[in-house]
Design a protein around this ligand. Structure first.
Ligand code: ADP
Ligand code: MG
Length: 229
């Protein structure tokens, strides 16, 4: 299993109020699997994604990623793991506005310490893969939403990560551009990349091989089971 999560809890504290965002979440993801996690707004999807992506820590529970007990890693080890093993795609793209598409895609390679000429070659390849060879020198405000998300996907895959996390990747796009993103994910899945995609839209979730449902911080294999819980 590339991901193994056991009895995960996450509480947020606001003043003296505790907000339980994840409640006893357990599941695994096999290497190469394409999983969707579907749930309504406020159900804990982004909280779970941030923990899976090593951007946040759980309040309690166990999280193993690629054989590592992530709760034992220090900040430096977590940053290295994020850079080497994980690619991220967010709803709002998170591109650097003053950088070109090529520079945005090169960025994770800079962190990885790859020499400049090699960075450029790898970033061009990734942009070619998402069909944007002709937009490499464009800045984010010169790109459409769909193109921006494809740049973000190129940035996510340029380090050849084992796992791709996507939080509402089509949430800011129209259905035609959303379909292009789903086509790219299908291609990456065929290449063996593990994908965990979070969405509140059924037709997007259905592109995955397996769907888990999250409702009020609890996860289930079965949609009714969650709603009745
Ligand atoms: P989703 O992504 O499914 O919309 P979130 O994970 O963003 O859900 O939020 C789950 C719950 O946790 C919500 O009740 C939300 O209000 C709460 N929450 C999220 N982030 C914070 C935070 N930083 N501080 C306090 N509460 C939060
Ligand atoms: Mg969210």
């Amino acid at each position: 299993m590339i991901i193994d999560i056991k009895h995960l809890y996450k509480d947020y504290h606001l003043g003296n109020i505790t907000v339980p965002a994840l409640k006893d979440v357990s599941f695994s993801v096999a290497e190469g699997e394409y999983l969707a996690i579907m749930g309504p707004s406020g159900s804990g999807k982004s909280t779970l994604m941030n923990i899976m992506g090593l951007l946040d820590k759980p309040t309690a529970g166990e999280y193993e990623l690629a054989g590592e007990n992530t709760l034992l890693l220090n900040e430096k080890q977590l940053a290295a793991m994020r850079n080497q093993k994980i690619g991220f795609v967010f709803q709002r793209f998170h591109l650097l506005p003053s950088d070109t598409a090529l520079q945005n895609v090169m960025l994770p390679l800079t962190y990885a310490g790859i020499p400049a000429a090699k960075r450029k070659e790898m970033a061009s390849e990734a942009l070619q893969k998402v069909g944007l060879s002709d937009r490499m020198d464009f800045k984010p405000n010169q790109l459409s939403g769909g193109q921006s998300q494809r740049v973000a996907i190129a940035r996510a895959i340029v380090t050849k990560p084992a796992i791709l996390f996507a939080d509402e990747p089509t949430g800011s796009l129209d259905s035609e551009n959303g379909a292009q993103i789903m086509e790219l994910f299908r291609m990456l899945h065929e290449e063996g990349v593990t994908i965990v995609m979070i969405t509140h839209e059924r037709e997007i979730a259905e592109h995955a091989e397996r769907i888990l449902y999250i409702y009020d911080g609890k996860i289930s294999e079965n949609e009714r089971g969650v709603k009745d819980a």
